[in-house]
Design a protein around this ligand. Structure first.
Ligand code: ACM
Ligand code: ZN
Length: 766
């Protein structure tokens, strides 16, 4: 009975008007409200208290046009920040709001900062407004008693400015908001094959050459952080209690450095900054002392910039083929008594770790640093290839960080229907996967090794984040789920309550601050399509993630709260319609509009009679060169025509592809003929080729897409049974790091909502 009562009252203690993300360890609501107004004073006492108080004042000044006066600690009508040694825990705090006053206590500056961030979230979201409106009346804060501390000490996000560069101002902007949700580590991935981003004074070519990538189409991706900028970012992060973990990748993912200093590699041949994504086989040579001298020099400059304890040294995806063929590497193996190249990997990690240890630093590496054995147990292992690396590392006594790609922590993956998002890396990881993950893997629970899990991190690899807008779209709001997974005790997590806070107050704040966060759009169950075809009538079924409210119009206007119909059942259409639809958050914020064109049509008749003689396959023409769109091919003379193409996937195989696609001779190809349609019906087509025509009309055009890696242009058509004209255009090239030769040039089809099928050679004729 007693237990039942307690459960009941604990549930009731979390009130609907408490919106703090991440959810605190303990929240007790009290009756009444505290009235914050121009008479409210702010007081502070002890280390770190003034800084927290000033940040709150600054927020009030920006949103309400006045700075609260300094008052006496604990006075009536005051907000007090007090350094109190009785509050145990490096990041713990208490926060008490009564009708009389507000008191935040912690024994550290970090704790006071977190108390301030929680308090900001007790204010109305308007405190985030950056265009001051003068304060009149009161802001009412709910009375509450909060005791809070984190579950994990390491709560991280990784940003990758190597594939696409983000200026220091963007790094600071993301740090500021991440810190508001109590994320306390920014893993800054500063070196990679596609760009070296940190100024090293002793090696100027690293930035002169290594920070500049010339893409195949002639565009340039460049940029680096000067040491001055880095000091500024580090100081800014420190103010927000974020430690920067810099990453210097070794021994792989270093082609940008090798292009500046080829002597770092086994073959020592001139090369250039890698312009495609993926894994590079030219890596650093562990046979050469000069290479270690270089790494030591770089680290010696880095330790002047990054005062934090942890240094990330990469270790992932480093092929060993060059080592196997290198005399210096063979010599090193002989001298060390090694019989496997993998031991060279641990040799490098060991030597660099030792140099860092001499500087008082500890290393973090991707889970491959376990390979080759002999890893010092102080090394922290970052488990990214699932959980196995983390489990093995903890069993061997290493601290571990969980950042599994397969569990939702690669924020370069899709978070909703991919047809409706800018191209991402590929897999689908919506926010609930991030939220519902427990960073302590099941295999470690009850083993006495749980304490070795230091925390959790999400990674924003930037191959598919070519603008700051897209970076933010992928990071927000998934970072809020990450924050709660990292901070909040398991028994305090509750996805439904998180959604309430996220879709209400949480997104209101992101919107007021101008962050480009992802809002789910209305999706069609079974896969979205923006180009529908129907003969008599059709119905469009919609659903949004988190069951958000959906509105729509059918008159071509953008839906608003006033003119939009609220979606309650599949939308019946019996004429050609432009269907515009959007989701609505509980706050009233409307998502971007999704436009679906639904065309009423007739079943298109076959273009060739059933008894006309044909031969298998399509006829193909090839054009040499690098083209952007099918229109570029008009009027050009092909290098050959009327070549037989049996299988559509053969479209991409007309050039020699070296492993790294250096000097690839690009081409475009057009294949034409007939496709056999098995039954009269509505068909949806999909392809990654530049364009697809059916019965001479352009059905799919991917050519304006930045990457053309996943199509957003699936389209439906009504076809009678029989042979219809088909034309496919493939345009080969490297589209911002993605070579089109890497994906299948197939065409797929399905009946709406059904399973996708590949167009087979048997269906093609000419
Ligand atoms: C990684 O994603 N290669 C760590
Ligand atoms: Zn070598």
């Amino acid at each position: 009975m007693l237990i039942a009562l307690c459960v009941l009252c604990c549930g009731a203690l979390w009130a609907d008007n408490i919106n703090i993300i991440p959810r605190p360890a303990s929240v007790e609501t009290l009756p009444g409200t505290f009235a914050f107004n121009t008479a409210t004073t702010i007081a502070y006492k002890g280390e770190g208290a003034k800084e927290a108080a000033q940040m709150l004042c600054e927020k009030i000044r920006t949103s309400k046009g006045f700075a609260p006066r300094k008052g006496k600690a604990l006075a009536k009508g005051s907000v007090s920040f007090i350094n109190d040694k009785n509050v145990k825990g490096a990041e713990a705090y208490t926060l008490e709001v009564t009708e009389e006053k507000v008191v935040a206590r912690a024994s550290t500056a970090a704790g006071l900062y977190y108390a301030m961030q929680s308090l900001v979230q007790l204010f109305p979201s308007a405190i985030e407004n950056r265009h001051a409106t003068m304060m009149v009346g009161n802001w009412l804060l709910p009375c509450v008693r909060i005791k809070d501390e984190p579950r994990f000490g390491y709560r991280g996000v990784m940003l990758d400015p190597c594939r696409h560069f983000f200026p220091a101002s963007v790094i600071k902007r993301e740090i500021e908001r991440l810190a508001a949700y109590k994320i306390n580590r920014l893993h800054w991935h500063l070196t990679d094959d596609q760009g070296w981003r940190i100024e090293i004074k002793k090696y100027p070519r690293l930035t002169e050459i290594g920070s500049r990538r010339v893409n195949e189409d002639g565009t340039v991706e460049e940029g680096y952080y000067t040491q001055e900028e880095i000091r500024d970012v580090v100081a800014f992060a420190k103010k927000h209690h974020v430690e920067i973990v810099p990453e210097l990748e070794i021994p792989g993912h270093e082609l940008a450095a090798i292009s500046a200093y080829p002597e770092l590699s086994c073959k020592q041949q001139p090369t250039s900054v890698r312009r495609i994504w993926g894994v590079e086989d030219i890596v650093m040579c562990p046979g050469r002392e000069r290479m270690f001298g270089f790494l030591n020099d770089v680290i010696d400059e880095m330790v002047q910039l990054f005062p934090g304890t942890y240094y990330h040294i990469g270790g992932d995806e480093s092929p060993r083929t060059e080592w196997a063929a290198c005399d210096s590497c063979k010599q090193r193996m002989k001298e060390q008594g090694y019989d496997k190249e993998a031991q060279l990997q641990s040799y490098i990690i060991g030597r660099v770790s030792k140099h860092l240890a001499e500087k008082g630093k500890r290393v973090i590496g991707w889970d491959e640093i376990l390979e080759g054995g002999n890893l010092d147990t102080t090394a922290v292992v970052m488990s990214w290839r699932g959980e196995d690396g983390g489990i093995a590392a903890a069993k061997a006594g290493h601290p571990v960080l969980m950042t599994s790609a397969g569990h939702g922590f690669y924020f370069d993956y899709y978070q909703s229907d991919q047809v409706l998002e800018p191209t991402a890396f590929g897999a689908y990881f919506p926010i609930d996967r991030v939220y519902n993950y427990d960073p302590i893997p099941a295999a470690l629970r009850g083993t006495g090794r749980e304490h070795l899990v230091m925390g959790v991190q999400a990674n924003c690899w930037s191959e598919y984040m070519h603008t700051t807008q897209i970076l933010e779209y992928r990071l927000w709001p998934r970072a809020l789920a990450l924050a709660e997974t990292a901070w909040t005790a398991l028994d305090r997590k509750d996805y439904n309550d998180f959604v309430r806070r996220l879709d209400g107050d949480g997104t209101e704040r992101l919107a007021l601050l101008g962050y480009n966060y992802h809002m789910p759009l209305p999706e069609q169950p079974g896969g979205s399509c923006n180009k529908l075809a129907f003969v008599d009538s059709t119905s469009v079924m919609l659903k949004a993630l988190r069951d958000l409210k959906i509105i729509y119009t059918t008159d071509g206007t953008n839906p608003t709260l006033q003119n939009g119909e609220v979606y309650t059942a599949p939308i019946k259409l019996n004429r050609t319609t432009v269907l515009k639809t959007a989701t609505v958050l509980p706050s009233g914020i409307i998502s971007p509009v999704r436009t679906i064109n639904a065309v009423k049509t007739e079943y298109s008749a076959p273009r060739l009679s059933a008894d006309a003689p044909t031969a298998p396959g399509l006829l193909m023409k090839k054009f040499d060169g690098r083209f952007a769109a099918p229109a570029d091919l008009e009027g050009r003379t092909p290098v050959f025509a009327d070549s037989l193409l049996k299988d559509l996937d053969g479209l991409r195989s007309l050039t020699e592809l070296s492993r790294n696609l250096r000097d690839v001779k690009n081409y475009a190809a057009i294949a034409e003929g007939y496709i056999e349609i098995p039954e009269t019906g509505i068909y949806e087509f999909s392809t990654l080729n530049a364009a697809l025509w059916l019965d001479r009309s352009l059905l799919i055009d991917n050519s304006s897409d930045h990457y053309q890696r996943h199509t957003h242009e699936n389209a439906q058509i009504a076809l009678q049974k029989g042979r219809h004209a088909i034309k496919v255009c493939f345009i080969g090239g490297i589209f911002d790091g993605w070579p089109n030769y890497w994906h299948e040039t197939k065409v797929e089809y399905r009946t709406p909502g059904g399973e996708w099928k590949k167009v087979t050679p048997e269906m093609l004729s000419h």
